[in-house]
Each structure stands twice: as structure tokens, then as C-alpha cells.
Design a protein around this ligand. Sequence first.
Ligand code: SF4
Length: 316
Amino acid sequence: MNTQSHIFGPVPSRRLGFSLGIDLVPYKTCSFDCVYCQLGRTTNKTIQRREYVSKKLIMKELEERLTKGEEIDYITFSGSGEPTLNSKIGEMIRDIKRMTAIPIAVLTNGSLLFEVEMRDELRNADLVLPSLDAVKQNIFEMINRPHEGLLMEKIVEGLKKFRKEFENEIWLEVMLVKDINDGVGDVKQMTDVINEIDPDKVQLNTVVRPPCESFAMPLDPVKMKEISKMISEKSEIIASHDRRAQTAYEKEIEKEIVTLLKRRPCTIEDISSFLGMHRNEIVKYIEVLEREKRVMERRHGNQSYLVVSEDEMRPM
Ligand code: SF4
């Protein structure tokens, strides 16, 4: 089990196979506060770029990890918030490319791509996966709850410019939330903008439990297919595959989470510190346990707790 604080995994990822995550910002530093975020509410909403986590520390931890010879499909900048807020991301990508041939992916909300320096810093990545959930300012504000300095129009411009300048693949993710951005008119507008951006792939996703806000509900598979047809020939629905079939899914960890929750309700943060694992890893297990209705979410004030189901509490 990895207990280092800024490198996590490899975690089985829907899109990237076995992904070794690098966390460049403290929990939870982001320019958005998306209603569907699995990490909880943003506590530091900012557009200020700085070296939130030291490059030196990250490079040292990564070097150690790479000597283990684990199966890694991608080194992925993701984690506890928006990775492009770290002002050293460009230098880190450049130095990692010198260190290993493993491809580098960057998961970003795309909010800073309107800045020329930002686009330039990502140019050595092998794959960039920006998200775009709205094209109208009011829907953007509803779903992504952005920092007040951010305008949808500028973000779209940034994505278009990035497409023109970036030579490798761009996979654009659209997160669909029931009754917020799934209206026919909104999807049509989004389609036009996506065609102008022209990413290599469009990946449609919907809310996975537990989201930040309980009102953020997923779309059913039929609606997802309808929207996929409307959006683009390049669009695909990101299948919710069986995490258990992957070797990085450890039954022992699942058992430890259930045992802990039988003792008391916990937040994802509680489970993460108890097991010494990164939140993003814990979220993968919770996703499986929630789908199987063994674990569920309970709200208490602003806080979201996980509890085990009654069936799970019954003695076998
Ligand atoms: S989903 Fe991503 S962009 Fe949205 S709040 Fe969470 S970390 Fe930030």
C-alpha cells in the first residue's frame, strides 16, 4: 500500500488503465467547486498559480516509485484539486519526460488554458484531458461553481487555442448532471462548441456516487446514449467497468473499509487518513461498494458520511 503523500496508485482508471497519480495541490485547492466532485467541497477556491507542493519533493518521490518496476500505463497529474494551479507543472512534465518513457497525462478542468503560459507548460504532455460541462455562463456557474474571475467564454477560447497549438491527443470530458446540463437546447449548443474545439475524443460521463452535493444526480443509460448520438461521432460513454476485475483492486482494502464503517460513519477523508491511502484511491472502492448497495451516503449538516447498509450489519 502506498502511503506517500503526493504520489498515489497505480489506481485502475476508467480511461487510462493503470495510472500512477501525482497530486500537485493540497486538498482541496481548485478553481471550481463542481456539484458532482467526488472529493467533497472546495475549501480553497483560487485561480492563483504557485508551487503549492514542491517540485523537488514530487520528483524525489516519483524517482523512488519508478524504481519499483510496477505496471504503469500513464503518469497522471490529477489528485486533490486542479493540478494546473501548481506553477511548476510545466517543469515537472519536462523533467519526467527525461526520466522515463511512460506517457504523461494531465487531467484538468481547463479553466486556465486561456493563458498562453499555461498552454505552453502543457505542450510536452502526451495526453491532456480537459473537462467542459457547459457553454453558457449561467449553467457553468450552476454546475462548476467557478472562482468569480472565470468566464466561460474565455475558457472556450482557451480550449480552441490549445487545440491549435498542442500536437498530441486531447480527450474532452463532458460530465452530465440530470436537470442541470442535459436539456436538448443546451446539448445542441455544447455540440457546436465541441465541434469548433475539435478534440480527438469526446468522453461522456455522468455522476458517480458519492458526489459533493446530493442533488447532483446521474443520467440513465438511455439518455446518455441519446446525448452521445447528438454530440459527435467521436463521442463515447465512459463505461463504468468492473474495478474488481483489475489487479489493483484489493479485496483486503475493501474489507478494511467495510470493517471501519461498521464501527462508525466516516467521511472519505477519515477513511483516507485511517488507511494511509490517497482519497482518490478510496473513492474507487466506495464507488464499487455503493453500486452494490453495501455502503451508502448520509448527510449531516454540510458533511457527507459513509455508512454500511443494514444487510451488511447483519451477522452472516
Ligand atoms: S471535479 Fe475537478 S474541477 Fe471540479 S471541483 Fe472537483 S477537482 Fe475541481
